[in-house]
Ligand binder design. Structure first.
Ligand code: SAM
Length: 285
């Protein structure tokens, strides 16, 4: 039975193992049963699902996942947590702990034991590596169905943002290129031990089943997007002209913007993802 969401049980197990929180690993453990249940609902975990959990900690969310999913694979970096997980998860036979760094493991290999299954990723993420984890998973080609994660509130808002808003930027476009993003819950600091300095949110990223965009050169598309938001106050044209890693001339950039029917002084934040794709395809012609 999942028992760790109750703060007293978390305190007890931490004491028993003399556990010391490691700031460098972004350790903020969940101690709120309502939030844990919300994450399971947001991820729509069912008895056929294979789940990849990143950073199980002492196994709090893992217990809930084991109760609901077919199989849970949990990747944890901290040596100190491995014996604790051995105890807190001992009654579950559908969990596998991988003691490693999620940024170094070959996720394709980890999930290869379950051919034909699509994977749901669920995690209360270490906030210091949110973006590399998400982008790494999307770019890895792992058959992911959805990613449901706790992240910093501002980061969740950026992932879900619409063009022209203050939160809209390179992260919005990188995430929305692969998935539909929806914030499922806001979570205050008192739901964690220790309390983080910032507010958090659970966001659900449902990966597009088919590739939505026909892009001539994906690497260039993302370089263009980053260059457009590097200098937010500048026009799109200046942002692209000033980017050292873009091969286009001033004239090519001006002509591409004109061909799209956009004003010469348009800012990058006004362009939708479709328009960035169009711009990059024109420039790659
Ligand atoms: N899932 C637990 C919970 O909700 O209570 C713990 C969440 S805590 C925010 C983040 C977890 O990720 C910690 O257990 C931390 O040790 C682990 N972690 C940090 N960096 C990691 C990495 N590079 N690879 C795998 N796990 C990592």
């Amino acid at each position: 039975m999942a028992t760790l969401g109750i703060p007293q049980n978390t305190i007890e197990i931490l004491k028993k193992y003399n556990f010391v929180f490691q700031k460098k690993y972004g350790q903020n453990f969940l101690i709120d049963t309502h939030v844990l249940e919300k994450i399971i609902r947001a991820a729509s975990i069912g008895s056929d699902d294979v789940v990849l959990e990143i950073g199980p900690g002492i196994g709090t969310l893992t217990q809930y996942l084991c109760e609901n999913a077919r199989k849970v694979i949990a990747v944890e970096i901290d040596d100190m947590l491995i014996p604790i997980l051995g105890e807190t998860l001992k009654e579950y036979d559908n969990v596998k702990i991988v003691h490693n760094d999620i940024l170094k493991v070959d996720v394709n290999e980890i999930v290869s034991e379950y051919p034909g299954s699509s994977i749901k990723v669920v995690a209360n993420l270490p906030y210091y590596i949110t973006t590399p984890i998400i982008m790494g998973l999307f770019e890895s080609g792992v058959p992911i169905d959805s990613i449901t994660i706790m992240v910093q509130k501002e980061v969740a808002e950026r992932m879900q943002a619409k063009p022209g808003t203050k939160d809209y930027g390179a992260l919005t476009l990188a995430v929305q290129y692969y998935a539909d993003a929806k914030i499922m819950a806001n979570v205050p600091p008192n739901c964690f031990m220790p309390r983080p300095a910032v507010g958090s949110a659970v966001i659900n990223l449902v990966k597009h089943k088919e590739k939505r965009y026909d892009v001539k050169n994906e690497d260039m598309l993302f370089r263009i997007i980053r260059a457009s938001f590097n200098q937010r106050r500048k026009t799109l044209q200046n942002g692209l002209n000033n980017a050292a890693n873009l091969p286009y001339t001033k004239q090519q950039i001006a002509e591409a913007i004109e061909k799209m029917g956009l004003p010469a002084a348009v800012r990058g934040e006004k362009l939708s993802l479709e328009q960035f794709v169009e711009l990059s395809n024109i420039l790659e012609e």
